[in-house]
Design a protein around this ligand. Structure first.
Ligand SMILES: C[S@@+](CC[C@H](N)C(=O)[O-])C[C@H]1O[C@@H](n2cnc3c(N)ncnc32)[C@H](O)[C@@H]1O
Length: 433
């Protein structure tokens, strides 16, 4: 990387972090808009790594600014604060060569219109390089109301949840059974110099020992393999679908779980719904890449009158929109953007989606409800209310491979077995008399 390219990456990192930390923008959206401006793949990887690491260690970086500055940067100095967070991430979490990281970050103050602050950036980054960042409670990255909710729902596990949510998540692969076997694919990875482990209890999964770019994975473009966390892969294990079963995936985008179900049983008659037409096009791309097919419809799943032909489904997957509190390690900006009223709105939507799922499910059919949330109101509490209003619904318990018992379902906490935080419940609709 030339000196100039290195500075440009730090400028972009500061702008992305400023937008995410101070202007309510989503990390995914900012990166999608910014990464195409960077020609070199290694530079793109560096930009992503800086942004993710900076957001994960936000609590420590803020502690450093509070302790080391008489007056930490205020709202008008958002880009300065973002640049400092980006600099700290390079020197601590990412352990980049200090000289290059330091000079490129200090130099970035100029194109950001802050030449007068370059000295200050230099002094603070040198201190971080010498001393490391001060220790800070991982819980401090969580907004107080959400922290209290996690502590209420998981009094004994809350600290471990906060700590695990700061860790970098491993890359999980799902090997496409239609194309190859996991053992054969692992050999191909080894031939490409990529080491992977076989995790416990998941039939299609591999975990990479260190991250690689998606297009470095052999056969990715041909659909031999997909990226999907182990917790998400477990959803397919909650089903036992006979050939030709009529299946509804109510909230399908971007299509990971639908693709997995079809890789296991391509004869399924699967309808993939999502309210977001743009995201639904990603489902079509995913299914085409892995070589399976399904019908896709853009619609509000909570209103079956608009999309249902009246023929009941044998099985329904409701992978519900949720707070994403179980995947903070993959989406660290969740902690910056969630508001208490979001949870109230999500709880209402989840209840409407559950009721709609029940309407379209045949008697004797199976509904799997899943979220990547840790909150009881979205998981065990939501299910308890549903079971109370639906006498024809009963829980079909899932085994310990899905995590610890949580009401009618099971909860996987983030970091357990290297997986994301996830909730799963399986319900059966009473057969007609
Ligand atoms: C957790 S994601 C689903 C992930 C997906 N199942 C997968 O494995 O790739 C939740 C999805 O619900 C969709 N969604 C939200 N409200 C919806 C609604 N009323 N009807 C249908 N889909 C909805 C969102 O657009 C989002 O794509």
């Amino acid at each position: 990387m030339t000196g100039q390219a290195g500075v440009a990456i730090r400028v972009l990192a500061a702008r992305v972090l400023d937008a995410v930390m101070h202007h309510g923008c989503s990390l995914k959206a900012e990166l999608s808009a910014t990464l195409p401006q960077v020609a070199d793949a290694r530079d793109r990887a560096l930009l992503e790594a800086i942004c993710f690491s900076a957001l994960r260690q936000r609590a420590q970086a803020d502690a450093a600014l509070r302790q080391w500055m008489p007056k930490p940067p205020g709202p008008r100095d958002g880009e300065l604060r973002a640049l400092l967070h980006a600099g700290f991430a390079q020197l601590t979490a990412l352990q980049l060569a200090p000289h290059a990281a330091l000079s490129a970050t200090v130099e970035a103050a100029r194109p950001l219109g802050r030449p007068h602050q370059a000295k200050l950036v230099n002094a603070l980054l040198r201190r971080a390089q010498r001393e490391g960042l001060p220790a800070a409670d991982a819980a401090m990255s969580w907004p107080a109301w959400l922290r209290r909710q996690v502590e209420t729902d998981w009094p004994e596990q809350a600290q471990a949840i906060f700590a695990a949510s700061q860790e970098e998540a491993p890359v999980w692969l799902r090997v496409n059974r239609r194309r190859t076997t996991r053992d054969r694919y692992r050999v191909r990875l080894a031939e490409a110099g990529i080491e992977a482990d076989v995790p416990d209890a998941l039939a299609d999964a591999l975990v990479l020992r260190s991250p690689v770019a998606v297009n470095a994975l052999p056969g990715f473009a041909d659909g031999d393999v997909s990226i999907q966390d182990g917790a998400a892969q477990a959803v397919a294990d909650a089903f036992d679908l006979p050939a030709g079963a009529r299946v509804l995936d109510m909230c399908a985008a971007p299509g990971g779980k639908a693709a997995h179900l079809l890789e296991r049983e391509p004869s399924l008659d699967l309808l993939a719904l999502d309210v977001d037409a743009r995201r639904l096009s990603r489902v079509r791309d995913t299914l085409a890449r892995v070589g399976v097919s399904a019908r896709t419809v853009a619609a509000d799943a909570a209103q079956p009158a608009a999309w249902w032909d009246g023929r009941p489904f044998d099985a329904v997957l409701l992978d519900a929109p949720c707070s994403a509190t179980g995947i903070v390690r993959r989406q660290p900006d969740v902690l910056l953007h969630r508001r208490p009223q979001d949870i109230t709105a999500l709880n209402a939507l989840q209840a409407r989606l559950l009721d709609a799922a029940w309407t379209v499910l045949r008697p004797g059919g199976t509904l799997v409800y899943a979220t990547c949330s840790l909150l009881a109101s979205e998981n065990a509490g939501q299910l308890a209310q549903f079971l109370a209003r639906r006498p024809d619904a009963s829980a079909r318990p899932l085994g310990p491979g899905f995590g610890r018992i949580a009401g009618a379902g099971r909860q996987r906490l983030p970091g357990e077995q290297g997986r994301d935080g996830f909730f799963y419940a399986r319900l059966e609709k009473a057969a007609a008399d």
